[in-house]
Design a binder for this molecule. Structure first.
Ligand SMILES: CC(C)=CCC/C(C)=C/CC/C(C)=C/CC/C(C)=C/[C@@H]1[C@@H](COP(=O)(O)OP(=O)(O)O)[C@]1(C)CC/C=C(\C)CC/C=C(\C)CCC=C(C)C
Ligand code: MN
Length: 391
């Protein structure tokens, strides 16, 4: 596998994370709690985390530390200098002193348009945020969408590990203030204004690398790492922009942990909804050992018949996804008030997909689980009312 990642290169437990009791560390990850049958977090269970969970948690800790970190601000200053050079070059080329700034405004507007086109409800949610935050979330959204398109879009059959290496180089450049195009310029500007670290972005590219060669997951641990790469990272990227409520007593670490959990929950839900669709592309994003324990084989997935064994298996998978949603929900109320509503609404809407799978009698082979418009619209004011409460 090309490229490097903190998650792969560092599997030793973070000393601080290991020593603190679980309740001061944002709790035991739901993955570990799951292995204990959903047991409540306890310090004595900390050692039950796998090396993968520890390694992912290490990234969480680093992101949380960045919020107050001077180093982050210094890097941002250096990147800002780079961006200023980029704007000066644009101005020089165009001979218009206003153009450098105008281009950046256009770049953000384009990001907003892409977001509105691909994620309508979410775009609506961003309207409640401050203009600075809204633009930043759009820029992150567009980068994630483009990254996913590399392996899932119309040109995906031409994508090689080399192309992903080039995409990562572009990412490094934009973080250093050398954007390649206008969408990159928007993210580059965002990275200079918020304490965002490059690592979660790198890790998302790592997830895309996995998609190029890996179509089976032997254990939940392997799947967990994939989910972190492609979705947990989104939580870590966006919290610095969403902001933590100034009156919140929660540690930055616990909020980041919740954001990670939301990404994992979303991705697990995505996977459970798309079992049939993925299998038709030859992919099984389910832990093979758990399938075997349930008396199921790969063939059963490809055959796509809902049996009692399948129902039992799905019940367990849904229960685990809900544990991650529960973990995430604890953190949402600690986000800045204007960011709470869109996040809570998205959490509730996504969680309802699990209900829809149940309502379809676990037929996720040929029936798509979706949340109807009426349910969607009922969730929005409910989430709004809940989000209005103080943490
Ligand atoms: C404290 C607390 C709970 C904070 C909240 C932090 C937060 C906002 C977490 C967001 C988590 C989130 C929305 C994750 C997105 C997960 C996702 C949809 C991942 C998808 C990956 C690939 O899956 P796949 O290819 O199987 O799926 P498709 O068939 O292609 O759908 C992704 C597609 C990766 C790319 C991710 C995006 C395009 C989403 C990026 C979203 C944002 C930047 C906005 C997130 C913000 C809010 C408010 C929800
Ligand atoms: Mn995709």
């Amino acid at each position: 596998m090309a490229g490097s990642s903190a998650v792969y290169t560092s599997c030793r437990p973070h000393a601080r994370a290991f020593l603190l009791p679980a309740d001061q560390r944002g709790g035991l990850l739901p993955a570990a709690a799951w292995r204990r049958g959903g047991a409540a977090p306890r310090a004595s269970l900390v050692a039950a985390r796998t090396a993968t969970e520890e390694a992912v948690y290490e990234v969480v800790l680093r992101q949380a530390a960045l919020v107050e970190d001077l180093q982050g601000r210094r890097a941002a200053r250096e990147a800002e200098a780079g961006r200023r050079r980029w704007r000066d070059e644009q101005v020089e080329q165009e001979g218009d002193a206003e153009l450098g700034w105008g281009l950046l405004g256009d770049a953000y507007d384009r990001c907003g348009e892409v977001c509105a086109e691909y994620a309508k409800t979410f775009y609506l949610g961003t309207q409640l945020m401050t203009p600075e935050r809204r633009k930043a979330v759009w820029a992150i959204y567009v980068w994630c969408r483009r990254t996913d398109e590399l392996v899932d879009g119309p040109n995906s059959s031409y994508i090689t590990p080399k192309a992903l290496d080039r995409w990562e180089k572009r990412l490094e450049d934009l973080f250093e203030g050398r954007p390649y195009d206008m969408y990159d310029a928007a993210l580059s500007d965002t990275a200079s204004k918020f304490p965002i670290d490059i690592q979660p972005f790198r890790d998302m590219i790592e997830g895309m690398r996995l998609d190029l060669w890996k179509s089976r997951y032997r254990t939940f641990d392997e799947l967990y790492l994939y989910c972190y790469y492609v979705a947990g990272t989104v939580g870590l990227m966006t919290v610095p922009v969403m902001g933590i409520a100034p009156d919140s007593k929660a540690s930055a670490e616990s909020v980041y942990n919740a954001a990670l959990a939301l990404g994992i929950a979303n991705q697990l839900t995505n996977i459970l909804r798309d079992v049939g669709e993925d299998s038709r592309r030859g992919r099984i994003y389910l832990p093979l050992d758990e399938l075997a324990q349930a008396g199921l084989t790969e063939e059963d997935i490809f055959r796509g018949k809902v049996t009692d064994k399948w129902r039992r298996f799905m019940k367990g998978q849904i229960q685990r996804a809900r544990l991650f949603f529960d973990e995430a929900e604890k953190g949402v109320m600690h986000l800045d008030s204007a960011s709470r509503w869109p996040v809570l609404a998205s959490l509730w809407l996504y969680r309802q997909i699990l209900d829809a799978i149940e309502a379809n009698d676990y037929n996720n082979f040929t029936k798509r689980a979706y949340v109807g418009k009426a349910k969607k619209f009922l969730s929005l004011p409910a989430a709004y009312a809940r989000a209005a409460l103080s943490p």
